[in-house]
Design a protein around this ligand. Structure first.
Ligand SMILES: [Mg+2]
Length: 137
């Protein structure tokens, strides 16, 4: 009988490659929706923030692979938070979560360094399609 080796017990490559996401939105419902979408797709939720100040602090602390960023939030907008995050890490991947009618704010966010955007209300597959595009797999 052959014994299991240590190598066979090591974490799977899939687990090692699990991407960590920081979810930023002042609406609890949106954070919950995004958390469910990412968790069901195998992502790890690094953290959640409900304003732009907390978003920048958590980005600095957690170094997530991906950030979803609401635009209109108290204390600091998603646009200003994105600008600061990209200054901290020019390779940061930030996906803006906009609403219909916020096209000019989305343009401003892209100029501030956001990678891409999704428009609320969205379906899980819409979010994951954009994520797949920006993360390259
Ligand atoms: Mg908001």
């Amino acid at each position: 009988m052959q014994m299991a080796t240590a190598e066979e017990k090591s974490p799977t490559p899939e687990a090692a490659l699990q991407k960590r996401v920081l979810i930023v939105d002042d609406a609890l419902f949106m954070r919950n929706t995004l958390r469910d979408i990412f968790a069901s797709a195998g992502f790890s939720i690094a953290g959640e923030a409900d304003d732009g100040v907390q978003a920048v602090n958590l980005f600095r602390e957690l170094k997530p692979d991906l950030v979803t960023m609401d635009i209109v939030m108290p204390y600091k907008s998603g646009i200003d938070a994105t600008r600061e995050i990209v200054q901290l890490d020019p390779a940061a991947v930030v996906i803006m979560c906009s609403a219909l009618g916020q096209e000019s704010l989305v343009m401003e966010a892209i100029e501030a360094g956001a990678t891409d955007f999704i428009v609320k209300p969205f379906r899980g597959e819409d979010v994951l399609a954009v994520v797949k595009k920006v993360l390259g797999h």
